[in-house]
Design a protein around this ligand. Sequence first.
Ligand SMILES: NC(=O)c1ccc[n+]([C@@H]2O[C@H](COP(=O)([O-])OP(=O)(O)OC[C@H]3O[C@@H](n4cnc5c(N)ncnc54)[C@H](OP(=O)(O)O)[C@@H]3O)[C@@H](O)[C@H]2O)c1
Length: 306
Amino acid sequence: MRALIVDPSAPAALRLAEVSEPVAGPSQVLLEVHHASLNHGDLNDARSGRVAPGAVLGSDAAGVVAQAAADGSGPAAGTRVVALAPGAFAQRSAVAVGALAEVPPSVDLAEAAALPVAGVAALRALRAAGAVLGKRVLVTGASGGVGRFAVRLAAHAGAYVIASVGSVARGEGLAEAGADEVVVGLDGLDQPVEVVLDNVGGAQLVAAWELLAPGGSLQSIGWAAGEPAVFPPYSTVGPPKSLTSFLNQGEAGGELATLVRLVAAGRLAVEVGWRGSWERAAEAAEALRGRRVRGKAVLDVRSAAG
Ligand SMILES: NC(=O)c1ccc[n+]([C@@H]2O[C@H](COP(=O)([O-])OP(=O)(O)OC[C@H]3O[C@@H](n4cnc5c(N)ncnc54)[C@H](OP(=O)(O)O)[C@@H]3O)[C@@H](O)[C@H]2O)c1
């Protein structure tokens, strides 16, 4: 079968190649992948060696179950599903039944494919921050994949949402998504916030920390800036507030089911800013790195596979 594998010498460190078919374990289904989505983390994983050269890249896939799990758990063959699992960028993928959720006919599989890493990160980070009803929640990197889901979910949960972006153009659509304020950088903010969902790191993390109210919490989801954060002396000394590291860990079937349900009910929109054949994955990667994707990048796997 064909798959997008890590190749450090290729553009964006990934290329299409022939690989062997996956073998499903007893509690895994064999998924026929129709669409996948590319994450910032995939690009980091390909370059850092966290996914080894030659291995299949990707975590986000949606498609149809080709073969049910041998132990009888999970969905039957023919069921439409979305999954957060390694080896997603392939025509077929072996997926643990706990790492997927069913997708009803009313939800487009391409949109479902955009949900896993970014949507689950936004949902889990927001949950980790505690109840946000009526609280001021700052989302940095709000124009990106995680950021746009975070804005929508925080607004849905009743927060006063401040969405921070890199330029006015990058902030388009965020007010409609539920942001009460859309700001370019953090310099203009002077009122404290109770929660920060930080996707950017570096200097913005430091600035966000300074805005955090006593008792508040900052969830460090990502570090898209790729730059160090330099805290001024004594900036971490004062009334208690917390900076919490965050990692998408463990099977995400439950959270995926929640996200799919919200999409199906029309309560969570999926913004796909780049869509094309997986043969153009390097182009998608370049757009993502160049901060030109509004929301998510979705790769069509099945159309190219025939
Ligand atoms: N901890 C976890 O489990 C977990 C899960 C998912 C994602 N992440 C991490 O969270 C971060 C966001 O992920 P994502 O999928 O939302 O990424 P994304 O779609 O690429 O969005 C990142 C956003 O960060 C902003 N940004 C600021 N400085 C940047 C820079 N120097 N380079 C690139 N972007 C910059 C951009 O907004 P502007 O263009 O408006 O400035 C961009 O929209 C990444 O670091 C990712 O690795 C972590």
